[in-house]
Write a protein that binds this ligand. Structure first.
Ligand code: AR6
Length: 177
């Protein structure tokens, strides 16, 4: 599914984020930038050890924020490591923190002159964020950002499973109707 927002496109696909050829891909990282499972494990194993070496130098990243490294051996030139919240029932500021992780990633991409970026569904795996709510927050943040800024021409959401893709499609239809 694809929608145009202002001068840019939001595209939803099912796939593996590590194979995307956008200029940047976003990692669902943790505050220590220590690597792990899920998207994080997949990106570090596909991109090689230089990404972790850069993460160690940076040292860490607060929840709701993002940092950038090169893409190592990935097709993407950059990896933006965003830290989403661990879902603890929704009363711990999770919604703002998740929106912030997306917004900060887009802002960092713009600072680096990036025109195309791929996101995974941050926080909806190990961090347990309910995907319907997370999809709405992710997509609303992208729509709001692209309405105000036109440098980033393509924002692609790469959903691992078919059901996740359906949830994102329903949320995007709802937001743009
Ligand atoms: N491409 C796209 N999506 C993927 C891929 C992939 N290769 N692999 C998994 N997903 P998660 P989180 C989906 O757990 O919830 C790590 O250990 C997955 O199905 O990767 O933010 C970090 O180090 C799910 O929908 O990220 C942190 O400690 C989504 O990506 C912690 O997990 C996010 O799942 C972060 O947890």
């Amino acid at each position: 599914m694809e929608v145009t927002v202002n001068k840019s496109k939001i595209v939803l696909v099912q796939g593996d984020i590590t194979t995307q050829a956008t200029q940047a891909i976003v990692n669902a990282a943790n505050t220590r930038l220590a690597g792990g499972g899920g998207v994080d494990g997949a990106i570090h194993s596909a991109g090689g050890p230089t990404i972790m070496a850069e993460c160690r130098k940076i040292g860490g990243c607060p929840t709701g924020d993002a940092v950038i490294t090169t893409g190592g051996t990935l097709k993407a030139k950059y990896v933006i490591h965003a830290v989403g919240p661990i879902y603890r029932g929704g009363t711990q500021g999770e919604e703002k923190l998740l929106a912030s992780a997306y917004r900060k990633s887009l802002e960092l991409a713009a600072v680096k002159g990036i025109h195309s970026i791929s996101f995974p569904s941050i926080s909806t795996g190990a961090y347990n964020y309910p995907i319907r709510q997370a999809a709405r927050i992710a997509l609303a943040t992208a729509v709001d950002y692209l309405t105000e800024h036109s440098q980033i021409e393509l924002v692609r959401f790469v959903l691992f499973g078919a059901v996740d893709l359906e949830v994102y499609e329903a949320a995007l239809k709802d937001l743009t109707k």
